[in-house]
Design a protein around this ligand. Structure first.
Ligand code: NAP
Length: 522
């Protein structure tokens, strides 16, 4: 295991640049930014080998995990290939019969222990999230609480998997509908919520009696491996939870095993719509059950009757959380003419006052870097496209260094611009003016995806009407942050298949079996 720490001596230029990262609207660096930040090689829960069949296993090679704020290597992680993936699938398959046979109470108790351990180690886990994804510490801490909440929720749901006793049309028969675990599930997750996207799936899978193989994103394997360490400490049996990290180079071959092996019964994926389609095609040959949590393009609609301060604070939370890198992030801001100027003015001031760029480990930081240069390039391309078509930049608009992009406010945005046609996944807030409710709905629904949508209004009839007509799976009315394990999370159109969380999330890992007890003596 090799961990390299940030050092003034080795990367003086990076430090210099980091110190210069400004607050939006005020160019000076904060005193805290004069420090450098590094992940200690002896950080508790830092694991760098794959976790297969209850053992920590090395692969033939390793890949680097980088701190996106500095570009520095923070760890080298075993680079699994198809052989390790196959070993993990086999282990999960072998572990399946006894995990299935465990009582719901036994599975529930283990999930609860795992939850307790996440809660106990929340700071160490949050640090890993910050260093591998760039997220500010406060947000990483929230993510760990959110991740843990799925283990708690599904430890409770494990005991409520009821079947049905159905009235029979014939006197000599009894009809039962049993719910049974589907078997081995392959879990493929993204980097933007490296802990919560795993527990949201795995909590439900394990509660249902399935065993799993997790392939985390190349950028963020450390959170997944830390979860494995805590699963082991919780007493989750060998083979029930396996993690096979790999580099982007090996990902297609590992994905091939996870989506085509006949021993795998189910795939569950969170990531881009494009990748989701590739995985669905691979899984089709063996007709696997599939859950897909894919990309979004959320509209955020502010009507004239809205409380402007609430709308501004909702917009700030919904857009700038994780520097705009969340699937439910608002992507298009539709603001009615009567409130447009007030909303834009207050929003600009809120951005100046509240947003500060920096390393996620700096307590003053609210905006970390984007995950990589490609992500930053995409935002800047959308900005320049919008400007070339007549939009005006009111705040930000520039790359500062590496993948740090200024939070950007664009006005005079129209629907022919790239930023209104595709997901940004960055801190770009484009504002479109509209006149009527019908016009807002037409623009909002003009998308091939439909994950989240937001509505700000004080008119109760309008709240209902618009919520029902929005073609999305999740609606926030006068609320910008919605995620909670109690509610169903999932999209319509090309945003995905199925739901996670809520009492329905566990159904994704269960199948119904009809059992008929016949020829009874009436
Ligand atoms: P991505 O490129 O689709 O990657 C997601 C995961 O899929 C990563 O682990 C990636 O591995 C893996 N992957 C890519 N190609 C694969 C293949 N051929 N076989 C197996 N695995 C493969 O998505 P991303 O850019 O990391 O994440 C951002 C996207 O996720 C956005 O569109 C966002 O909206 C969406 N998202 C959706 C939700 C939701 O709940 N709906 C939540 C979060 C994010 P590598 O890292 O090695 O490439």
């Amino acid at each position: 295991m090799s961990v390299v720490c940030a050092s003034h001596a080795r990367h003086p230029f990076l430090l210099l640049l980091l110190r210069r990262l400004p607050r939006v609207g005020s160019p000076g660096p904060s005193p805290a930014m004069r420090r450098s930040y590094s992940l200690d090689a002896s950080a508790p829960l830092l694991r760098t080998r794959a976790y297969v069949d209850g053992r920590w296993v090395s692969a033939a090679s390793a890949f680097p995990v980088l701190d996106p704020a500095t570009g520095q290597e923070i760890a080298r992680v075993s680079d699994c290939g198809p052989a390790e993936a196959k070993r993990a699938v086999d282990a999960a398959y072998r572990a399946s019969p006894s995990w299935k046979r465990a009582t719901a109470k036994e599975r529930s108790v283990l999930l609860r222990k795992w939850f307790d351990l996440l809660t106990r180690h929340k700071e160490d886990l949050a640090k890993l999230v910050t260093f591998e994804s760039g997220k500010p510490m406060k947000e990483s801490e929230s993510e760990i609480a959110y991740a843990a909440s799925f283990l708690e929720w599904f430890s409770e749901e494990a005991r409520r998997v009821y079947g049905d006793v159905v009235p029979s049309p014939l006197r000599d028969r009894k009809i039962f509908l049993l719910k049974q675990p589907v078997g081995v599930a392959s879990i493929i997750t993204p980097w933007n919520f490296p802990s919560a996207m795993i527990t949201r799936k795995v909590g439900a899978a394990l509660a249902a009696g399935c065993t799993v193989v997790v392939k985390p994103a190349e950028d963020t394997p450390l959170s997944a491996l830390a979860l494995a360490e805590l699963a082991e400490q919780a007493g989750i049996p060998a083979g029930v939870f396996n993690v096979v990290p790999c580099s982007r180079e090996k990902t297609p071959a590992v994905g091939q095993v996870l989506c085509t092996d006949p021993l795998v019964a189910k795939i569950s994926f969170t990531g881009s719509t494009a990748t989701g389609k590739v995985l669905l095609k691979m899984a089709a040959d063996t007709v696997k059950k599939a859950s897909m949590e894919l990309g979004g393009h959320a509209p955020f609609i502010v009507f004239d009757s809205a409380d402007v301060d609430r709308a501004v604070s909702g917009a700030m939370a919904s857009k700038f959380r994780n520097s705009g890198q969340a699937c439910v992030c608002s992507n298009r801001f539709l603001v009615q003419s009567g409130i447009y100027e007030r909303f834009v003015d207050k929003l600009g001031r809120a951005m100046d006052a509240e947003l500060r760029l920096g390393h996620g480990a700096d307590p003053g930081t609210t905006q970390g870097p984007l995950i990589n240069q490609r992500a930053a390039d995409k935002v800047l391309q959308q900005v320049s496209d919008a400007v070339s078509r007549g939009a005006t930049v009111l705040r930000g608009g520039k790359r500062l260094h590496g993948s740090f992009v200024e939070p950007t406010l664009l006005v005079d945005v129209t629907t022919d611009m790239l930023c209104t046609k595709e997901e940004t996944f960055g801190p770009l807030l484009p504002v479109i003016r509209f006149s009527t409710e019908e016009e807002a709905l037409t623009v909002a629904n003009d998308s091939n995806v439909g994950l989240a949508g937001y509505v700000y209004s004080q008119d109760v009839s309008q709240m209902w009407r618009v919520s029902e007509l929005l073609e999305v799976g999740i609606v926030g009315v006068n609320e910008g942050l919605l995620s909670t394990p109690e509610a169903a999370f999932g999209g319509v159109k090309e945003s995905g298949l199925g739901s996670e969380g809520s009492r329905y999330g566990i159904d994704e890992y269960l199948e119904l079996k009809y059992m008929c007890l016949g020829n009874l003596q009436p």
